[in-house]
Ligand binder design. Structure first.
Ligand code: URA
Length: 434
Protein backbone atom coordinates (compact mmCIF):
# COMPACT_ATOMS: atom_id res chain seq x y z
CA UNK A 1 0.00 0.00 0.00
CA UNK A 2 1.34 3.43 -0.95
CA UNK A 3 0.00 6.12 1.36
CA UNK A 4 0.31 8.63 -1.50
CA UNK A 5 -2.16 6.59 -3.56
CA UNK A 6 -4.64 6.36 -0.68
CA UNK A 7 -4.59 10.13 -0.18
CA UNK A 8 -4.96 10.69 -3.93
CA UNK A 9 -7.91 8.25 -4.11
CA UNK A 10 -9.78 9.91 -1.25
CA UNK A 11 -8.95 13.40 -2.55
CA UNK A 12 -10.81 12.47 -5.75
CA UNK A 13 -13.78 11.11 -3.77
CA UNK A 14 -13.01 7.41 -4.23
CA UNK A 15 -14.05 4.63 -1.87
CA UNK A 16 -11.21 3.00 0.09
CA UNK A 17 -11.24 -0.79 0.17
CA UNK A 18 -11.43 -2.88 3.35
CA UNK A 19 -7.81 -3.99 2.88
CA UNK A 20 -6.60 -0.40 2.43
CA UNK A 21 -8.40 0.84 5.57
CA UNK A 22 -7.24 -2.04 7.78
CA UNK A 23 -3.62 -1.76 6.63
CA UNK A 24 -3.66 2.00 7.03
CA UNK A 25 -4.86 1.79 10.66
CA UNK A 26 -2.47 -1.02 11.49
CA UNK A 27 0.56 0.84 10.07
CA UNK A 28 -0.45 4.14 11.65
CA UNK A 29 -0.86 2.54 15.10
CA UNK A 30 2.63 1.06 14.79
CA UNK A 31 4.04 4.49 13.93
CA UNK A 32 4.80 3.51 10.31
CA UNK A 33 2.81 6.30 8.66
CA UNK A 34 4.08 9.85 9.22
CA UNK A 35 1.69 12.37 10.75
CA UNK A 36 1.89 14.65 7.67
CA UNK A 37 0.47 11.94 5.40
CA UNK A 38 -2.22 10.92 7.87
CA UNK A 39 -3.15 14.60 8.30
CA UNK A 40 -3.54 14.96 4.54
CA UNK A 41 -5.81 11.90 4.46
CA UNK A 42 -7.90 13.23 7.38
CA UNK A 43 -8.42 16.49 5.51
CA UNK A 44 -9.42 14.59 2.35
CA UNK A 45 -11.94 12.60 4.45
CA UNK A 46 -13.16 15.85 5.99
CA UNK A 47 -14.04 17.21 2.52
CA UNK A 48 -15.03 14.03 0.65
CA UNK A 49 -16.61 12.05 3.51
CA UNK A 50 -16.78 8.27 3.80
CA UNK A 51 -19.42 5.75 2.73
CA UNK A 52 -21.27 3.79 5.42
CA UNK A 53 -19.17 0.75 4.53
CA UNK A 54 -15.87 2.64 4.81
CA UNK A 55 -16.92 4.16 8.15
CA UNK A 56 -17.93 0.78 9.56
CA UNK A 57 -14.62 -0.83 8.53
CA UNK A 58 -12.60 2.13 9.85
CA UNK A 59 -14.41 1.85 13.20
CA UNK A 60 -13.81 -1.88 13.45
CA UNK A 61 -10.12 -1.48 12.58
CA UNK A 62 -9.73 1.21 15.27
CA UNK A 63 -11.67 -0.88 17.83
CA UNK A 64 -9.29 -3.78 17.24
CA UNK A 65 -6.10 -1.70 17.33
CA UNK A 66 -5.55 -2.48 21.04
CA UNK A 67 -7.23 -4.21 23.99
CA UNK A 68 -10.84 -5.32 23.73
CA UNK A 69 -13.04 -6.28 26.69
CA UNK A 70 -14.71 -9.70 26.61
CA UNK A 71 -18.09 -9.54 28.37
CA UNK A 72 -19.52 -12.62 26.63
CA UNK A 73 -19.71 -14.48 29.97
CA UNK A 74 -22.48 -12.08 31.03
CA UNK A 75 -24.78 -13.07 28.16
CA UNK A 76 -26.90 -10.66 26.13
CA UNK A 77 -27.90 -8.20 28.87
CA UNK A 78 -24.76 -6.04 28.87
CA UNK A 79 -25.41 -2.42 27.95
CA UNK A 80 -23.40 0.78 27.69
CA UNK A 81 -24.60 4.37 27.51
CA UNK A 82 -22.49 7.10 25.98
CA UNK A 83 -23.11 10.83 26.00
CA UNK A 84 -21.48 13.00 23.36
CA UNK A 85 -20.76 15.47 26.18
CA UNK A 86 -22.72 18.17 27.94
CA UNK A 87 -23.01 20.55 30.87
CA UNK A 88 -24.70 19.30 34.05
CA UNK A 89 -24.96 15.86 32.42
CA UNK A 90 -25.05 13.50 35.38
CA UNK A 91 -27.32 10.94 33.71
CA UNK A 92 -24.93 7.95 34.10
CA UNK A 93 -25.15 8.28 37.89
CA UNK A 94 -28.92 7.78 37.63
CA UNK A 95 -29.47 5.49 34.64
CA UNK A 96 -26.77 2.96 35.58
CA UNK A 97 -28.46 2.02 38.91
CA UNK A 98 -31.96 2.14 37.38
CA UNK A 99 -30.95 -0.26 34.60
CA UNK A 100 -28.90 -2.54 36.88
CA UNK A 101 -31.66 -2.73 39.50
CA UNK A 102 -34.13 -3.62 36.71
CA UNK A 103 -32.05 -6.55 35.41
CA UNK A 104 -29.61 -5.04 32.87
CA UNK A 105 -25.84 -5.27 33.24
CA UNK A 106 -24.02 -1.95 33.01
CA UNK A 107 -20.31 -2.36 32.39
CA UNK A 108 -18.76 0.82 31.10
CA UNK A 109 -15.77 3.02 30.72
CA UNK A 110 -16.34 6.73 31.13
CA UNK A 111 -14.33 9.85 30.51
CA UNK A 112 -13.12 12.80 32.52
CA UNK A 113 -14.25 16.39 32.02
CA UNK A 114 -13.06 17.96 28.77
CA UNK A 115 -13.22 21.73 28.13
CA UNK A 116 -16.66 22.96 29.17
CA UNK A 117 -18.13 19.46 29.58
CA UNK A 118 -18.06 17.35 32.73
CA UNK A 119 -17.03 13.69 32.99
CA UNK A 120 -18.55 10.82 34.98
CA UNK A 121 -15.19 9.65 36.32
CA UNK A 122 -14.56 13.06 37.96
CA UNK A 123 -18.06 13.02 39.46
CA UNK A 124 -17.63 9.51 40.92
CA UNK A 125 -14.29 10.50 42.43
CA UNK A 126 -16.22 12.95 44.67
CA UNK A 127 -16.92 9.87 46.85
CA UNK A 128 -14.00 9.30 49.21
CA UNK A 129 -12.31 6.01 48.32
CA UNK A 130 -14.19 5.36 45.04
CA UNK A 131 -11.91 3.48 42.64
CA UNK A 132 -12.20 4.48 38.97
CA UNK A 133 -9.18 2.45 37.96
CA UNK A 134 -9.67 -1.33 38.22
CA UNK A 135 -7.73 -4.21 36.71
CA UNK A 136 -9.56 -6.32 34.11
CA UNK A 137 -10.25 -9.02 36.75
CA UNK A 138 -11.48 -6.48 39.31
CA UNK A 139 -13.76 -4.94 36.67
CA UNK A 140 -15.36 -8.30 35.84
CA UNK A 141 -15.71 -9.19 39.52
CA UNK A 142 -17.35 -5.80 40.25
CA UNK A 143 -19.87 -6.43 37.44
CA UNK A 144 -20.60 -9.93 38.81
CA UNK A 145 -21.20 -8.62 42.34
CA UNK A 146 -23.60 -5.79 41.55
CA UNK A 147 -24.37 -5.57 37.81
CA UNK A 148 -22.60 -2.19 37.55
CA UNK A 149 -19.02 -1.12 37.06
CA UNK A 150 -17.97 2.28 35.75
CA UNK A 151 -14.26 2.91 35.35
CA UNK A 152 -11.94 5.29 33.53
CA UNK A 153 -10.83 4.40 30.05
CA UNK A 154 -8.05 1.84 29.74
CA UNK A 155 -4.94 3.34 28.12
CA UNK A 156 -4.79 0.49 25.61
CA UNK A 157 -8.39 0.70 24.40
CA UNK A 158 -8.56 1.77 20.73
CA UNK A 159 -5.05 3.32 20.64
CA UNK A 160 -5.55 4.18 16.94
CA UNK A 161 -8.34 6.54 17.99
CA UNK A 162 -6.12 8.23 20.57
CA UNK A 163 -3.44 8.88 17.92
CA UNK A 164 -5.93 10.00 15.28
CA UNK A 165 -7.82 12.26 17.70
CA UNK A 166 -4.58 14.02 18.68
CA UNK A 167 -3.92 14.74 14.98
CA UNK A 168 -7.51 15.83 14.28
CA UNK A 169 -7.31 18.22 17.20
CA UNK A 170 -4.43 20.15 15.61
CA UNK A 171 -5.43 19.89 11.94
CA UNK A 172 -8.99 21.28 12.18
CA UNK A 173 -10.52 17.91 11.28
CA UNK A 174 -12.47 17.12 14.45
CA UNK A 175 -15.91 18.14 13.18
CA UNK A 176 -16.37 15.49 10.50
CA UNK A 177 -19.32 13.12 10.99
CA UNK A 178 -17.55 9.90 9.86
CA UNK A 179 -14.51 10.76 11.98
CA UNK A 180 -16.51 11.61 15.13
CA UNK A 181 -18.80 8.60 14.68
CA UNK A 182 -15.92 6.16 14.14
CA UNK A 183 -13.94 7.65 17.04
CA UNK A 184 -16.78 7.27 19.55
CA UNK A 185 -17.99 3.90 18.27
CA UNK A 186 -14.49 2.35 18.14
CA UNK A 187 -14.26 2.79 21.91
CA UNK A 188 -17.79 1.48 22.46
CA UNK A 189 -17.15 -1.62 20.32
CA UNK A 190 -13.86 -2.31 22.13
CA UNK A 191 -15.60 -1.98 25.51
CA UNK A 192 -17.58 -5.10 24.66
CA UNK A 193 -21.29 -4.63 25.56
CA UNK A 194 -24.02 -6.26 23.41
CA UNK A 195 -26.13 -3.10 23.46
CA UNK A 196 -25.10 0.53 23.10
CA UNK A 197 -27.30 3.58 23.75
CA UNK A 198 -25.99 6.93 22.59
CA UNK A 199 -27.14 10.20 24.11
CA UNK A 200 -26.44 12.64 21.29
CA UNK A 201 -26.51 16.15 22.73
CA UNK A 202 -27.70 19.03 20.62
CA UNK A 203 -27.38 22.79 21.26
CA UNK A 204 -25.00 25.50 22.47
CA UNK A 205 -23.27 23.18 24.97
CA UNK A 206 -22.80 20.33 22.47
CA UNK A 207 -20.65 19.34 19.47
CA UNK A 208 -23.75 19.38 17.29
CA UNK A 209 -25.63 22.67 17.43
CA UNK A 210 -28.77 21.77 15.46
CA UNK A 211 -31.18 18.81 15.63
CA UNK A 212 -30.40 18.05 11.96
CA UNK A 213 -26.66 17.77 12.62
CA UNK A 214 -27.27 15.72 15.78
CA UNK A 215 -29.59 13.38 13.84
CA UNK A 216 -26.92 12.89 11.14
CA UNK A 217 -24.29 11.96 13.76
CA UNK A 218 -26.77 9.72 15.61
CA UNK A 219 -27.71 7.86 12.41
CA UNK A 220 -24.05 7.36 11.50
CA UNK A 221 -23.27 5.86 14.93
CA UNK A 222 -26.39 3.65 14.99
CA UNK A 223 -25.57 2.30 11.56
CA UNK A 224 -21.97 1.51 12.60
CA UNK A 225 -23.19 -0.31 15.76
CA UNK A 226 -25.74 -2.36 13.84
CA UNK A 227 -23.28 -3.20 11.06
CA UNK A 228 -20.96 -4.61 13.75
CA UNK A 229 -23.67 -6.77 15.33
CA UNK A 230 -24.52 -4.62 18.36
CA UNK A 231 -28.01 -3.52 19.35
CA UNK A 232 -27.65 0.23 19.00
CA UNK A 233 -29.97 3.20 19.48
CA UNK A 234 -29.52 6.94 19.92
CA UNK A 235 -31.56 9.48 21.85
CA UNK A 236 -31.14 13.10 20.71
CA UNK A 237 -31.42 15.44 23.71
CA UNK A 238 -31.31 19.18 24.31
CA UNK A 239 -28.01 20.71 25.43
CA UNK A 240 -28.85 24.37 24.85
CA UNK A 241 -29.62 24.46 28.54
CA UNK A 242 -27.59 22.63 31.20
CA UNK A 243 -29.38 19.52 32.45
CA UNK A 244 -30.88 19.91 35.94
CA UNK A 245 -29.72 22.74 38.19
CA UNK A 246 -26.28 21.56 39.34
CA UNK A 247 -22.99 21.91 37.43
CA UNK A 248 -19.86 20.67 39.20
CA UNK A 249 -18.88 17.27 40.51
CA UNK A 250 -20.17 16.80 44.09
CA UNK A 251 -23.02 19.24 43.37
CA UNK A 252 -24.11 16.98 40.49
CA UNK A 253 -23.75 13.84 42.58
CA UNK A 254 -26.05 15.38 45.21
CA UNK A 255 -28.61 16.26 42.53
CA UNK A 256 -28.42 12.74 41.07
CA UNK A 257 -29.12 11.29 44.53
CA UNK A 258 -32.16 13.58 44.84
CA UNK A 259 -33.54 12.08 41.60
CA UNK A 260 -32.79 8.57 42.86
CA UNK A 261 -34.75 9.45 46.00
CA UNK A 262 -37.78 10.38 43.85
CA UNK A 263 -37.23 14.17 43.87
CA UNK A 264 -34.91 16.39 41.82
CA UNK A 265 -35.46 18.41 38.61
CA UNK A 266 -38.08 17.27 36.08
CA UNK A 267 -35.85 17.71 33.01
CA UNK A 268 -33.13 15.50 34.47
CA UNK A 269 -35.61 12.82 35.51
CA UNK A 270 -37.27 12.81 32.06
CA UNK A 271 -34.00 12.40 30.15
CA UNK A 272 -32.84 9.66 32.57
CA UNK A 273 -36.09 7.73 32.28
CA UNK A 274 -35.98 7.92 28.48
CA UNK A 275 -32.37 6.72 28.34
CA UNK A 276 -33.14 3.94 30.85
CA UNK A 277 -36.18 2.82 28.87
CA UNK A 278 -34.12 2.48 25.67
CA UNK A 279 -31.29 0.69 27.52
CA UNK A 280 -33.76 -1.75 29.10
CA UNK A 281 -35.52 -2.27 25.80
CA UNK A 282 -32.27 -3.23 24.04
CA UNK A 283 -30.73 -5.25 26.86
CA UNK A 284 -33.83 -7.17 27.99
CA UNK A 285 -35.53 -7.43 24.59
CA UNK A 286 -38.71 -5.60 25.66
CA UNK A 287 -40.54 -2.67 24.05
CA UNK A 288 -39.57 0.91 24.90
CA UNK A 289 -42.91 1.46 26.65
CA UNK A 290 -42.34 -1.67 28.78
CA UNK A 291 -38.83 -0.35 29.43
CA UNK A 292 -40.29 2.99 30.53
CA UNK A 293 -42.77 1.35 32.94
CA UNK A 294 -39.98 -0.79 34.39
CA UNK A 295 -37.62 2.21 34.73
CA UNK A 296 -40.29 4.30 36.50
CA UNK A 297 -41.16 1.47 38.89
CA UNK A 298 -37.49 0.83 39.69
CA UNK A 299 -36.94 4.53 40.43
CA UNK A 300 -40.14 5.11 42.40
CA UNK A 301 -39.79 1.96 44.51
CA UNK A 302 -36.36 3.10 45.80
CA UNK A 303 -34.63 0.04 44.29
CA UNK A 304 -32.47 2.28 42.08
CA UNK A 305 -31.25 4.29 45.07
CA UNK A 306 -30.39 1.10 46.97
CA UNK A 307 -28.50 -0.17 43.92
CA UNK A 308 -26.63 3.15 43.72
CA UNK A 309 -25.44 2.84 47.35
CA UNK A 310 -24.41 -0.76 46.76
CA UNK A 311 -22.47 0.26 43.64
CA UNK A 312 -20.58 3.04 45.44
CA UNK A 313 -19.72 0.67 48.32
CA UNK A 314 -18.66 -2.22 46.08
CA UNK A 315 -16.37 0.04 44.04
CA UNK A 316 -14.58 1.17 47.20
CA UNK A 317 -16.46 4.43 47.87
CA UNK A 318 -17.86 5.63 51.19
CA UNK A 319 -21.51 4.53 51.00
CA UNK A 320 -22.55 6.88 53.82
CA UNK A 321 -22.25 9.80 51.33
CA UNK A 322 -24.77 8.10 49.04
CA UNK A 323 -27.19 7.74 51.95
CA UNK A 324 -26.51 11.18 53.48
CA UNK A 325 -25.29 13.45 50.64
CA UNK A 326 -25.07 16.47 52.96
CA UNK A 327 -21.78 14.87 54.01
CA UNK A 328 -20.23 16.28 50.81
CA UNK A 329 -20.41 19.70 52.49
CA UNK A 330 -20.11 23.04 50.71
CA UNK A 331 -17.22 24.90 49.08
CA UNK A 332 -15.56 27.57 51.21
CA UNK A 333 -16.70 30.57 49.12
CA UNK A 334 -20.05 31.24 47.50
CA UNK A 335 -21.54 34.12 45.57
CA UNK A 336 -25.14 34.73 44.49
CA UNK A 337 -25.73 35.86 40.88
CA UNK A 338 -28.33 38.60 41.17
CA UNK A 339 -30.83 39.54 38.42
CA UNK A 340 -30.02 43.10 37.29
CA UNK A 341 -33.49 43.53 35.78
CA UNK A 342 -36.84 41.78 35.75
CA UNK A 343 -38.20 39.70 32.86
CA UNK A 344 -37.98 36.17 31.50
CA UNK A 345 -34.84 34.17 30.90
CA UNK A 346 -34.92 33.65 27.14
CA UNK A 347 -31.85 31.48 26.70
CA UNK A 348 -28.53 30.47 28.17
CA UNK A 349 -25.26 29.57 26.54
CA UNK A 350 -24.53 26.16 28.04
CA UNK A 351 -20.91 26.21 26.85
CA UNK A 352 -20.18 29.49 28.67
CA UNK A 353 -21.84 28.17 31.83
CA UNK A 354 -19.69 25.03 31.65
CA UNK A 355 -16.56 27.16 31.21
CA UNK A 356 -17.57 29.35 34.19
CA UNK A 357 -17.95 26.20 36.33
CA UNK A 358 -14.53 24.98 35.14
CA UNK A 359 -13.03 28.38 36.08
CA UNK A 360 -14.41 27.96 39.62
CA UNK A 361 -12.52 24.66 39.91
CA UNK A 362 -15.06 22.11 38.63
CA UNK A 363 -13.00 21.43 35.48
CA UNK A 364 -9.38 21.47 34.39
CA UNK A 365 -7.54 24.44 32.91
CA UNK A 366 -4.59 22.23 32.00
CA UNK A 367 -4.25 18.44 31.78
CA UNK A 368 -2.67 18.35 35.25
CA UNK A 369 -5.10 20.69 37.05
CA UNK A 370 -6.71 19.26 40.17
CA UNK A 371 -10.50 19.34 40.38
CA UNK A 372 -12.27 20.82 43.43
CA UNK A 373 -15.20 18.40 43.92
CA UNK A 374 -17.33 21.02 45.69
CA UNK A 375 -16.80 23.81 43.11
CA UNK A 376 -19.49 24.68 40.59
CA UNK A 377 -22.79 26.41 40.01
CA UNK A 378 -26.40 25.88 41.02
CA UNK A 379 -28.82 27.46 38.52
CA UNK A 380 -31.95 28.45 40.45
CA UNK A 381 -33.58 29.89 37.33
CA UNK A 382 -33.53 28.49 33.80
CA UNK A 383 -34.88 29.52 30.36
CA UNK A 384 -38.63 30.11 30.51
CA UNK A 385 -38.53 31.21 34.18
CA UNK A 386 -39.64 34.69 35.22
CA UNK A 387 -37.32 36.70 37.42
CA UNK A 388 -37.68 39.99 39.30
CA UNK A 389 -34.84 42.45 39.75
CA UNK A 390 -32.78 41.34 42.76
CA UNK A 391 -33.71 37.62 42.50
CA UNK A 392 -30.92 35.09 42.88
CA UNK A 393 -30.51 33.44 39.45
CA UNK A 394 -27.62 31.18 40.43
CA UNK A 395 -25.10 30.49 43.19
CA UNK A 396 -21.40 30.07 42.47
CA UNK A 397 -19.27 27.80 44.67
CA UNK A 398 -15.47 27.68 44.82
CA UNK A 399 -12.46 27.02 47.00
CA UNK A 400 -10.58 29.77 45.09
CA UNK A 401 -12.05 33.17 45.94
CA UNK A 402 -10.16 34.94 43.14
CA UNK A 403 -12.10 33.01 40.46
CA UNK A 404 -15.50 34.36 41.50
CA UNK A 405 -15.46 37.73 39.66
CA UNK A 406 -14.53 36.23 36.27
CA UNK A 407 -16.99 33.35 36.58
CA UNK A 408 -19.73 35.80 37.60
CA UNK A 409 -19.04 37.93 34.48
CA UNK A 410 -19.14 34.79 32.28
CA UNK A 411 -22.50 33.82 33.74
CA UNK A 412 -24.02 37.26 33.13
CA UNK A 413 -22.75 37.01 29.53
CA UNK A 414 -24.37 33.60 29.10
CA UNK A 415 -27.88 34.84 29.91
CA UNK A 416 -30.31 36.42 27.43
CA UNK A 417 -33.35 38.11 28.96
CA UNK A 418 -36.71 38.88 27.34
CA UNK A 419 -39.67 41.06 28.29
CA UNK A 420 -42.22 38.51 27.05
CA UNK A 421 -42.88 34.92 28.16
CA UNK A 422 -40.75 32.22 26.56
CA UNK A 423 -41.96 28.81 25.46
CA UNK A 424 -40.16 25.95 27.24
CA UNK A 425 -37.68 24.23 24.92
CA UNK A 426 -38.08 20.64 23.80
CA UNK A 427 -36.01 18.20 25.85
CA UNK A 428 -35.91 15.15 23.59
CA UNK A 429 -35.69 15.57 19.82
CA UNK A 430 -36.11 11.91 18.89
CA UNK A 431 -34.93 8.32 19.18
CA UNK A 432 -33.10 6.63 16.31
CA UNK A 433 -32.79 2.91 15.84
CA UNK A 434 -34.64 1.75 18.98
N1 URA B 1 -15.65 12.28 21.33
C1 URA B 1 -14.83 11.32 20.85
O1 URA B 1 -14.52 10.36 21.54
N2 URA B 1 -14.36 11.46 19.58
C2 URA B 1 -14.67 12.50 18.78
O2 URA B 1 -14.22 12.55 17.66
C3 URA B 1 -15.53 13.48 19.30
C4 URA B 1 -16.02 13.34 20.58
Amino acid sequence: MRMYDIIEKKKRGGELSEGEIRELISLFTKGDIPDYQMSALLMAIYFKGMTEKETSILTDAMANSGDTVDLSAFGSGTVDKHSTGGVGDKTTLIVAPIVAAAGGIVAKMSGRGLGHTGGTVDKLESFPGFRTSLSADEFVSQVKRCNIAVIGQSADLAPADKLLYALRDVTATVDSIPLIASSIMSKKLAAGTRSIVLDVKCGSGAFMNTPEAARELASAMVSIGKSRGRNTAAVITNMDIPLGHAIGNALEVKEAIEVLKGKGPDDLREVCLTLSSVMLSLSLGISESEGMALAKDTLESGRAHLKFSEWIREQGGDESYALSPEKFGEAKYKLPLIAKSGGYIASTNAEKIGLAAAKLGAGRETKDSVIDPRAGIILHKKPGDMVSRGDVIATLYTEKQHTLAEAEAMLYESLVMSDSPIEKQKLIFGIIGG
